[in-house]
Design a protein around this ligand. Structure first.
Ligand code: PRP
Length: 215
């Protein structure tokens, strides 16, 4: 059996064409069924549907052989025990610093102010501000980061930005891009050794699909 860990939403939707290139078609859409284990047209391949931030954990412990996770998630996880052979160039967005309209971020940084920053991405945010020499108190949140500056919980946020619609709807401005984000293939290192005959063709098919998409 080969088990692939995926999260619902954008990653699942954008992974479907890659799976198709590898000859794998899920039997159900997890958005519709509430099932967490989904069979495919190939009886030796199954999908497990997990929270995006849990994908690296399932693969690290070998509960899934392979998975797809955003760079944002992998940086927070640390990548222990994971082989990361491919940037799949899907679910692209960026991680940025945003502040309320009217907050002069550049001036606050220049005068050495201590900023309260709300984020789900503590490690990435800590490294970013340390490299810039900006003093911050980080506040861990699990979602809806955009709310924090609006109700006085934080001066700024570090979050993912895609279309920018969520920032605009909440009168926040993107003031600094930290990095570009996309999803990567992650493989359990022990599984790769033991099941290479099954995993390598999948990795190769994904690699071919990316090259096909770029050219
Ligand atoms: C992400 C992110 C922003 C939003 C950005 O949240 O945290 O809130 O998308 O997208 P936009 O720039 O196109 O508006 P998501 O909806 O994935 O939910 P999450 O907070 O559970 O990650």
């Amino acid at each position: 059996m080969m088990t692939i860990a995926l999260s619902k939403g954008r990653i699942f939707e954008e992974t479907l064409p890659l799976l198709a290139v590898a000859g794998i078609v899920p039997a159900e859409n997890p958005e519709q069924s509430r099932k967490l284990i989904i069979g495919t047209n190939r009886k030796e391949v199954r999908l497990v549907i997990v929270r995006a931030s849990d994908v690296p954990t399932y693969v690290q412990y070998g509960a899934a052989d392979i998975g797809i996770a955003g760079k944002d998630i992998l940086l927070e996880h640390g990548g222990v025990g994971l082989y990361q052979p491919l940037d799949l160039a899907i679910a692209k967005c960026r991680m940025s610093v945003a502040v309320p309209e009217g907050f002069d971020y550049a001036a606050a940084v220049k005068r050495g102010a201590r900023l309260r920053v709300a984020t789900k991405y503590l490690n990435t945010a800590r490294e970013h501000f340390a490299a810039k020499g900006v003093h911050v108190d980080l506040i861990k949140l699990y979602g809806s980061m955009e709310l924090a500056p609006l109700v006085g919980l934080a001066d700024a946020i570090v979050d993912l930005v895609s279309s920018g619609a969520t920032l605009r709807a909440n009168h926040l401005l993107e003031v600094e891009e930290i990095m570009q984000i996309s999803s990567r293939l992650v493989v359990n290192q022990a599984a790769l050794k033991m099941k290479r005959d099954r995993l390598q063709p999948l990795i190769d098919a994904f690699a071919g699909a990316i090259i096909g998409a770029i050219s």
